[in-house]
Design a protein around this ligand. Structure first.
Ligand code: GLN
Length: 516
């Protein structure tokens, strides 16, 4: 038996039946990580000893006839944006280097309770800001299909480790596409659940009205399995939904006959790579052959998605990231290394008698100096750009023109989806305008990088569900992704539609050629 290639569903069954032990499984994956993580850089931390101890405990319980959880022995990789009490949590930032959270994220606790084996923490764009993983303070992740290309981001490490068989499933987070886009570029299945479906407690906040955690797996059936563990109400997250969690795995079988899938003509306009367009059209044809009907729908405000997202997200980020100042949280600059101001420049503190004191540095006080230098040293350039954008757009005089206006447009974007879902059940289209792009191609052009998110941000702005999965390959051998979006709490339908597609096709079973 080759556990590296089994689906999560099959692997869990094999362990439960005793065909293979959890320790054997963990060893296989940890060896694979040892071999491949050097070149791919998908993991920021691997916890070999704990993973093996955990697996041994599961085996012992199984042998003793004691109950084991629904994910018993399944190797799971967790994005480094989720707090883990027993492993560092850095968000791929120097700001949080070496940080050990005092508690587990809710999703991590649920995974542990289900007896999953957490093998390590995955690389990402710093604070989840980016679409290529090149914003990690710890080096970019390589796309397993072509090491010269980006895996996408921000959950690039999670996507790459599943694509390269270094974990069976991974957990990602998606604020504007960070589960779906890397899943698309790495040829795996990624689900962004409805806002609030999965608890965000213990997820390092980026943009709180958009952030959502979800599974990154090889198939929709595997995502359904993971969702049964991680979805559900959490009193510790005020935005988590109280709705009962469906049995996703038992809702996959029903045929697609009569399913109405919307197609947005504008999604096939300028900027879409022709090979991606071809793959996506073929997937529409496959859905049709499976009994679905395809209908034209309009999302008239989708064209404002990028502008809206890149105001709302940085505004929320600038507020969320204010806590990293070297005192409350995060890296603290060493005292005494301050830059001395030239005489006459910098802030002069007022003395008590109203006279001006001679400046000692460009900062008004040692405390402010510590804050400023800690943030200057701890954050990378993209995070700083977002903080500045957000702070500017929230500042008095600009708030109405930018932030308040963006919120109004967000509402229109959301209403577009509500209207479209009157006449169709799901909306299909590309995940990303191009296949995986070369590392370095967009690093000096933030706008080009932002435009990569044109098809994914709407889902987050509307708070609905979206899933991405492979629907073909380019002539150069790169995966092409398809995205389905559905109304709030439509996860059972999204998973079923993709599972049916995956029963009829084998794109999701293809693997990159990597050393055995
Ligand atoms: N690429 C988007 C951004 O840079 C989305 C990131 C995300 O979903 N975390 O903000």
């Amino acid at each position: 038996m080759q556990p590296l290639e089994l689906s999560a569903v099959d692997l869990v069954a094999a362990i439960r039946q005793g065909d293979i032990t959890a320790v054997q499984v963990a060893e296989k994956f940890l060896d694979r990580i040892d071999k491949l993580n050097g070149p791919i850089n998908a993991f920021l931390n691997v916890d070999r000893d704990r993973a093996l101890a955990r697996a041994a405990d599961i085996d012992a319980r199984r042998k003793a006839g004691k109950p084991i959880g629904p994910l018993a022995g399944l190797p799971v990789a967790v994005k480094d944006a989720l707090c883990t009490a027993d492993q560092p949590t850095t968000c791929a930032s120097k700001m949080l280097a070496g940080f050990r959270p005092p508690y587990d994220a809710e999703v991590v606790s649920r995974l542990r309770q289900a007896d999953a084996v957490i093998v390590g923490k995955t690389n990402m764009d710093e604070f989840a800001m980016g679409g290529s993983n090149e914003n990690s303070a710890f080096g970019p992740v390589k796309n397993p299909w072509d090491f010269t290309r980006a895996p996408g981001g921000s959950s690039g490490g999670s996507a790459a480790c599943v694509a390269a068989d270094m974990a069976t499933i991974a957990i990602g987070s998606d604020t504007g596409g960070s589960i779906r886009q890397p899943a698309g570029l790495c040829g795996i299945t990624g689900l962004k659940p409805t806002y609030g479906r999965v608890s965000r407690r213990g997820l390092v906040a980026f943009a709180s009205s958009l952030d959502q955690i979800g599974p990154m797996t090889r198939s929709a059936a595997d995502s359904a399995l993971v969702m049964e563990t991680i979805a559900g109400h959490d009193r510790g997250d005020a935005t988590s939904l109280a709705d009962a969690v469906p049995r996703y795995t038992s809702m996959l079988e029903q045929p697609l006959t009569g399913l109405r899938i919307g197609r947005v003509a504008e999604h096939f306009g300028a900027g879409l790579d022709p090979e991606v367009a071809r793959g996506v059209e073929e997937a529409f044809a496959a859905f049709k052959a499976a009994g679905a009907t395809i209908h034209d729908v309009k999302l008239p405000h989708a064209k404002y998605g990028i502008a809206t997202y890149y105001l709302v997200a940085p505004c929320e980020a600038s507020s969320n990231l204010a806590r990293y100042d070297g005192a409350h949280y995060g890296h603290r600059a060493e005292p005494g290394k301050g830059h001395r101001a030239e005489p006459g420049k910098g802030h002069r503190a007022e003395t008590t008698r109203g006279q001006r004191a001679e400046p000692t540095s460009e900062f008004e006080s040692p405390l402010v100096e510590m804050y400023c230098r800690s943030r200057a040293e701890g954050f990378g350039p993209e995070v700083k750009r977002r903080i500045m954008l957000g702070t500017y757009a929230l500042s008095s005089g600009y708030y109405d023109a930018y932030y308040a206006k963006a919120l109004r447009v967000r509402r229109l974007i959301r209403q577009d989806y509500i209207d479209a879902f009157q006449s169709v059940d799901l909306i299909g289209g590309p995940v990303s305008p191009t296949p995986a792009f070369p590392l370095g191609e967009k690093t000096n052009d933030p706008l080009a990088m932002y435009l990569v998110d044109m098809y994914t941000v709407g889902t987050n702005l509307a708070g609905i569900g979206g899933i991405s999965f492979p629907c073909g390959f380019t002539r150069g051998g790169l995966p092409i992704g398809f995205q389905l979006q559905g109304p709030a709490l439509s996860e059972p339908l999204l998973l079923r539609a993709v599972d049916r597609y995956q029963q009829l096709t084998d794109w999701h079973l293809r693997r990159p050629k990597l050393p055995a």
